[in-house]
Every structure is written in structure tokens, then in C-alpha cells.
Design a protein around this ligand. Structure first.
Ligand SMILES: *Cc1c(COP(=O)(O)O)cnc(C)c1O
Length: 393
């Protein structure tokens, strides 16, 4: 990094760019390559030693890949980063880097669904046991740590229901026992939360979401502290993870506008949250950036920002027919998976198979992603949707 910037909105513009290196062209180019040629045997041997830090073979990245990885690491305050082909690839390869047969993982109950599936359906077959803990465990995590616990895994706020976690308390307890602390920081992005300042060793991002930001590429990033880098780099290399040059380009281009996009996403989300709170069908809005959210105090203490993704809970008597009427009547909120693009999205969520240490006892949950539209248009769309839902009841 040539220069360090404290303000993330400045940092996202400058990290990972070096126009001098590319004849003054502003953005790092798309650089395709499998074979890297070496002028001498000695140069080949040096590159072989430093395969993780300089061009050696295309699978391990080309200069724009290294630049993008370092930009994310610097933005988040980590040591280095590895880009992989999706958020799930980041989760699964990072976990694999730290566990062996006979080991134990402590996993937050509100984790992203496929992360749970990987532990229960895959790691289990390799003799790795996973215990799920309630997101509010705090320092009480100490009582759950066993002799063979290798990873404590966090995600805050949690997927679908947005519960906060006391990251420093959990990380301190894990550290005291020599356990690696891993966190999925996709919701906050490196701008909204600094995991390394709060004791996290490995931070995971579905770059697919706000980093790419335009719903046109999949990508994951694993940021590590110094000790965790080589285990992660080795695991991702041996799994053969690689990001296509075009997708690296899209990710680094998305990064440039991430700070300003997040501001609008988060602001729009708060406008929608306030409206939703007033609706008689809504029992609760799930967003730690709201002052009356149970996680707000932790969010305010540790986080710098929020984003466009949140949920709301409907009265328990509201059924599937009314929920379908609502989501199908919305015009600006598309029905679909993923989030973090410029567009608004809606998704009814099924919590019946994704909780085991805790239970969801409230009504149906709908997840919204507030896009970059004018908030008045989004409100008008929701108003129309709610009146269609009422008519269907
Ligand atoms: C979307 C998501 C992922 C997975 O990302 P993909 O790029 O879709 O594989 C992982 N974690 C969280 C929290 C996510 O929201």
C-alpha cells in the first residue's frame, strides 16, 4: 500500500490501484493468464518459493488479483487476503484450513444456511463435530469450548434474523484457549465493521454482495491476520479456488463505489424500517441499526455502519397466501436470492431448518434488501403491497 487512509470512503477509491503500472490507465486491467513465463531458472525458483505473493501460476492469481486482495485486507485492517470463487468457497475453505478429524467447531446458530450445511453434511463425514451456540452467548462461550475446539465461528448480525453478537467478548474467551476466531462479515462489509480490531483472526466476505455490488458476479474474500494467512492460502490453493480475471475486474470496480452505495442502501433501509414499524401487521423490524433493536447497543459500540439488508416479522396469524400476495404484488422489490446489488429484493424466509440451538417462535419473517431507488418510490411500492396483502387476508 502506497498510502494509508483512515476514512474508508477515501480508501475504497485508492487501495489496490496503481495507474503508473498500467500506462496511466485508471483501473487495473483484466489480465488473463494460466502460464507465467520466467526468464531464468533462478527466477522460476524464486517465484516457486513466493507462489502466494507474486505471479507464479495463473491459479494463484495475476497482479490485478493480488492488488484486489490487498485492497480488501488493507481496508479491513487485516494482514492479507485471498479471493476465491464465491462466498461459500470462502467459508468452506477457511473452515477446512483449521480443522482435522477429531476436532470441534463452535458455530453460531444464526449462521448462513449453506455454512451450516457444510458442517453438518460434509465436515461431519470427515470426523469434525459442530456445536451450535446462541448468538447472544457472549463471554459464556468459554463454557462451550472443549479440549478439541479449533474454531469459534461468528456471523453478526446473523443471517435472516439479524441478531447481534458480542464479538470482542467471544473472541477474548476463544483466544484465551488458543482457538481460532472466524467471522462472516458480509453484512457489515470491511467498511461497517473492523473484525481485526475486535479479536477476529479470519474474516470472510461474500464479495458477491456489496463488493461486486451489481448482481453480476460471484466472489468470496478471506482476510486473515498474519498467523492465519498461510493455512488459508494453502487450503484455497489446494482446493483449486480461483477467481476469473473478469470477476476480479468487476469486484475491484464495484469496490470503488461501495462506500457511497452503502450510505444510500443503509439510509433507504432505515426509511423502510420506520414505515414498517407503523404497520399493524408487523410485530417487529429486524435491523440492529434501529435504536429499539435488541442488538442496537452492541452494534453502536462496535460497528461503524449498516447496510440495506434487514427483516421484518409479521403477526403469527398471517399465512402463506397473504405473504405470497404481498411479495408478488411488489414491483420494485424483485423476488430472489442473494443481495447487495443496486436493486431492491424481497424474500420470505423459512427458519424451520436453519436453527438448532435456538428456536424461532415468532411469526413469518420477510427479508428485504433496500436498493438504491428513491426511498419514496420504495415506500409507495410497499404501501401497495401491504394493501394487496390486506385484501388477501
Ligand atoms: C451470500 C452469503 C454467502 C455466500 O456467498 P455466495 O457468493 O453466494 O456463495 C456467505 N455468507 C453470507 C452471510 C451471505 O449472505
Amino acid at each position: 500500500m502506497k498510502q494509508k487512509f483512515d476514512h474508508p470512503d477515501t480508501a475504497v477509491l485508492h487501495y489496490g490501484r496503481d495507474p503508473d503500472k498500467y500506462h496511466g490507465v485508471v483501473n487495473p486491467p483484466i489480465m488473463r493468464g494460466s502460464t507465467i513465463l520466467f526468464p531464468t531458472m533462478q527466477a522460476l525458483c524464486v517465484a516457486e518459493q513466493k507462489w502466494h505473493s507474486q505471479p507464479y501460476y495463473g491459479r494463484y492469481g495475476t497482479p490485478p488479483t493480488f492488488a484486489f486482495e490487498q485492497a480488501i485486507a488493507d481496508l479491513e485492517g487485516g494482514y492479507r487476503a485471498v479471493a476465491v470463487s464465491s462466498g461459500v468457497a470462502a467459508v468452506t475453505s477457511a473452515l477446512s484450513a483449521f480443522v482435522s478429524s477429531g476436532d470441534h467447531i463452535l458455530m453460531v446458530d444464526t449462521v448462513y444456511g449453506p455454512t451450516r450445511k457444510f458442517c453438518d453434511a460434509f465436515l461431519k463425514r470427515f470426523g469434525v463435530e459442530t456445536t451450535y451456540y446462541a448468538p447472544g452467548v457472549g463471554a459464556g462461550i468459554a463454557e462451550l469450548i472443549r479440549e478439541n475446539t479449533k474454531v469459534v465461528y461468528l456471523e453478526a448480525p446473523g443471517s435472516l434474523t439479524f441478531e447481534m453478537q458480542d464479538v470482542p467478548a467471544i473472541a477474548a474467551a476463544a483466544k484465551a484457549r488458543g482457538v481460532t476466531v472466524m467471522m462472516d462479515n458480509t453484512w457489515a462489509t470491511p467498511i461497517g465493521f473492523s473484525p481485526f480490531k475486535h479479536g477476529v483472526d479470519v474474516s470472510i466476505h461474500a464479495g458477491t454482495k456489496y463488493i461486486v455490488g451489481h448482481s453480476d458476479a460471484l466472489l468470496g474474500v478471506i482476510v486473515t491476520n498474519e498467523d492465519a494467512f498461510m493455512p488459508v492460502r494453502q487450503a484455497t490453493a489446494l482446493y483449486g479456488h480461483h477467481v476469473a480475471p473478469d470477476d476480479i475486474y468487476l469486484a475491484q470496480r464495484g469496490l470503488r463505489t461501495m462506500a457511497i452505495r452503502l450510505e444510500r442502501h443503509a439510509g433507504n433501509a432505515l426509511v423502510l424500517c420506520e414505515w414498517l414499524k407503523q404497520q399493524p401487521e408487523v410485530t417487529r423490524v429486524l435491523n440492529p441499526a434501529l435504536p429499539d433493536d435488541p442488538g442496537h447497543a452492541l452494534w453502536q459500540r462496535d460497528f461503524r455502519g449498516s447496510c440495506g439488508l434487514f427483516g421484518f416479522v409479521l403477526r403469527p396469524e398471517i399465512g402463506g397466501r397473504e405473504v405470497t400476495a404481498l411479495v408478488e404484488s411488489l414491483k420494485l422489490f424483485g423476488l430472489g436470492f442473494s443481495w447487495g446489488g443496486y436493486e431492491s429484493l424481497v424474500l420470505p424466509v423459512d427458519l424451520s431448518t436453519v436453527r438448532s440451538a435456538t428456536q424461532w417462535t415468532e411469526g413469518p419473517v420477510i427479508r428485504l434488501h433496500a436498493g438504491l431507488e428513491n426511498p419514496a418510490d420504495l415506500l409507495a411500492d410497499l404501501e401497495r403491497g401491504f394493501s394487496v396483502m390486506r385484501a388477501a387476508g
